[in-house]
Design a protein around this ligand. Structure first.
Ligand code: NOJ
Ligand code: CA
Length: 724
């Protein structure tokens, strides 16, 4: 590692090239160039004569981001002009670290860093540092405000970061909604983005708040006509609102558009402070985007000293039956109870899902099939009137319904070696949750729970705050920290999309934060392409609780003639590999798994945590094939999925140990399978394979395949043939 400070306009060793450049008017500008370790990514940072700051980015000599401005507009001043460079620092970092859980066992963190220390040339003389980290697959940069007397407490009115693109790229986007990310992604040219004209097929989204028709959310995935893949997002979102991007369609300049609070302000800050990193990933291979670890690398190492209690978790749940309207979250069906005493007097509807008896049925199934946990929703009072009325006091998170025996279920689950997973739906009343969460976590500890799923359905209280504004960002991070203090793992629904914070809080196993599988139960659903886009967008920041594994694809028998899952059954299996998460749910009902125990075997076997991951092939919106090696084992699992078109996956098994023979169990679409016409037709076969084998598997329209590869024993080889 080298580090040095120097005066501007000198020569900065090999790391930074500093020079005067002359533009057409022969106005001098001060410029620093910093290259990635491979030199494929290069970034130039310039100070113009007006003292404004610009950067640009090239990949393999091609422009990716043209000259783009940087700066901040504060309530009491403009931090975008009149700067002079006071000093520049550069550092080289090349290290490796081991995540507590993840897609790979070891992560390489290698980058070149440039810090430009700026001072405004006026009476206040305010200081601002710009930090750039250039990796082989992109750039992260952030604003850093050193402590200073003239900038102690301040309000960000606008962040002036621009990303000036080179053309009208194809984009995979969600509308710039301040409250929801549960949309179908739209694929269009940037010039065609209309965030207010989203088709009604998006279904019942609880809250919508789109103010700017030209704004989109990040991660924003794009592809240029020259075949470059570009991904814009952010890393380490702490004490700051989420960044959305406003598109200027006349020149394809994207600018940071921060989610505001009720006053329209963006962030209330104190120096010293560093913003989240703005990230630009770029490659000529789509597979490199999925393999990138840059967002994780830009996050702080874990704050949790002892991580031994953090365990990747496979669960089932008293959950899908409510989404199917087979049972209800609330005890009393459609009645409403004013308080717990009134509730005691009520008759249960007979359709309540979270009863002691039904939960025991799920615990038995979990124990029989080796699941770690059972999520139980609707166990607590409040569901009679939980949504739509913007009520302050809905749930207290500690009072069970009369037909749910917490102590007995604790005893029963423990006797079977199964954990019950807590559910805290806040219904958006976050002040209420903040007041009650310490007691709620203590209640969990007393009753043997070590994981909680939280949820934020509905408009936020404090009224005027949005799901993705600074206040809520602080809330999500506080929940991650408080649950960690209590040795509790957490899964957040309706939260902001992740930004790699799971590195810092590895107890934060997953978030939903996008449109999950559940939309298939009560809206026009997710298009067959949905899961081929999510890894390039939502999953760039972290694991998703997508809740795959629905086997009963058509939902007619639940009185839902118009609703169904928009994939084949085999594709539901593949999602356990293509959608990385250390928390995975087998989302369907036990009785639906009992009808297909042969296919269910894959869900039982599939790992949650990995030594290695190979992105075999990928194209956003079309197909994805990923092979992963189970943590600490010799087993490999492969998932391959396609959109509404057929696809043949060619999978060379060259990653296998050459000294070993393996058995591959292939779960695939039957020849006549089709996501709409025949979704449940699957076939399972077994072959002998080795590292010279190339699998060639036909995926149906909207289909997929899942493969388990396990070292062969003399016994297991009997009766099997080599793959052909
Ligand atoms: C929405 C969540 O995504 C879903 O999983 C949950 O069952 C409901 N809210 C009720 O909390
Ligand atoms: Ca949701």
């Amino acid at each position: 590692m080298t580090s040095f400070t120097s005066k501007p306009i000198a020569l900065f060793g090999s790391l930074i090239i500093s020079c005067f450049l002359f533009n057409a008017n022969f106005v001098a500008a001060q410029t620093y160039q910093i290259n990635s370790p491979s030199k494929e990514v290069s970034v130039r940072v310039s100070l113009t004569q007006e003292g404004t700051l610009q950067y640009r980015l090239q990949y393999k000599g091609k422009s990716v981001i043209q000259s783009s401005s940087l700066g901040m507009q504060l309530a009491d001043g403009d931090l975008s002009r009149g700067f002079q460079v006071v000093a520049v620092d550069s550092t080289k970092v090349n290290e490796t670290w081991q995540p507590v859980w993840g897609e790979v066992k070891e992560i390489k963190n290698q980058y070149h860093q440039l810090i430009v220390h700026l001072k405004q040339q006026d009476d206040k003389g305010r200081l601002l540092d710009l930090v750039f980290r250039v990796f082989d697959d992109g750039l992260g940069f952030r604003y850093s405000f050193p402590f200073q007397n003239n900038l102690k407490n301040f309000i960000v009115v606008n962040e002036l970061t621009q990303f000036s693109l080179t053309g009208n790229h194809k984009a995979f986007w969600l509308p710039g909604d301040f409250d929801s990310n549960e949309y179908r992604p739209t694929t269009s040219l940037l010039s065609e983005v209309d965030a207010k004209k989203i088709s009604d097929d998006n279904g019942e989204i609880a809250v919508r708040m789109v103010k700017d028709a030209s704004s989109v959310q990040t991660p924003l995935m794009m592809k240029t006509t020259e075949g470059l893949y570009i991904n814009l997002h952010e890393a380490a979102l702490v004490n700051y609102p989420a960044m959305q991007l406003h598109i200027d369609k006349s020149n394809f300049k994207l600018s940071s558009s921060l989610v505001p609070d009720a006053f329209g302000n963006k962030a209330y800050l104190q120096s010293p402070f560093s913003t989240p990193w703005r990230t630009i990933l770029v490659s000529d291979k789509a597979t490199d985007i999925l393999a990138s670890k840059t967002i994780l690398n830009l996050n702080e190492p874990t704050k949790i000293q002892n991580t031994s209690w953090i365990k990747p978790t496979k669960m089932i749940g008293v959950w899908w039956e409510m989404h199917l309207s087979k049972s209800t979250w609330d005890y009393a069906g459609t009645q409403s109870a004013a308080n717990a005493a009134e509730l005691e007097k009520m008759k249960p509807s007979g359709r309540h899902g979270a009863t002691t008896a039904n939960t025991k049925r799920y615990i038995d199934f979990a124990a029989q099939h080796g699941f770690d946990g059972v999520l139980v929703e609707g166990w607590n009072t409040g569901w009679e009137d939980w949504f739509g009325n913007w009520k302050e006091e809905v749930f207290d998170f500690v009072t069970p319904y009369p037909d749910y025996d917490v102590q007995e279920l604790h005893r029963y689950a423990a006797s079977k070696g199964v954990k019950i997973i807590m559910h805290h739906e806040t219904s958006g009343s976050v002040t209420n949750y903040e007041r009650r969460m310490d007691k709620a976590y203590a209640f969990m500890k007393q009753n043997g729970y070590d994981a909680v799923k939280t949820g934020y359905v509905g408009k936020i209280i404090p009224r005027g705050e949005y799901h993705d504004g600074q206040w809520m960002i602080n809330h999500y991070n506080r929940v991650a920290e408080r649950t960690a203090d209590n040795e509790i793992m957490v899964d957040m629904h309706e939260s902001v999309r992740p930004t790699g914070m799971q590195r810092t809080y590895p107890n934060w196993l997953a978030c939903e934060a996008a449109r999950g599988n559940e939309f298939n139960a009560w809206s026009k659903g997710n298009l067959p392409e949905h899961e081929t886009i999510l890894p390039f967008t939502r999953l760039m920041g972290g694991p998703m609780d997508y809740t795959p594994g629905i086997f009963q694809i058509k939902l007619d028998e639940y009185g839902k003639k118009d609703y169904f899952v928009h994939t084949t059954l085999a594709k539901q299996l593949a999602l356990y590999v293509t959608m990385f998460s250390p928390l995975q749910m087998a989302a369907d009902l036990p009785e639906n798994y009992e009808k297909h125990l042969d296919a269910f075997q894959f869900i039982k076997d599939v790992a949650l945590d990995w030594d290695d991951s190979k992105i075999v092939e990928a194209e956003p919106g079309d197909f994805i094939t990923i092979a992963r090696k189970a943590k600490g084992k010799s087993d490999w699992f492969i998932g391959s999925i396609t959109d509404e078109n057929k696809h043949v996956s060619i999978i060379p098994l060259n990653f296998l140990d050459p000294k070993q023979k393996y058995i591959a169990t292939i779960y695939k679409d039957a020849p006549d399978a089709h996501w709409d016409k025949n979704p449940m037709a699957y076939a399972i076969d077994k072959w002998i394979v080795d590292n010279k084998t190339t699998l060639k598997i036909a995926l149906a329209e909207g289909g997929g395949c899942a493969v388990r590869i396990t070292p062969a024993t003399a016994e297991s080889l009997k009766g099997l043939k080599g793959y052909k």
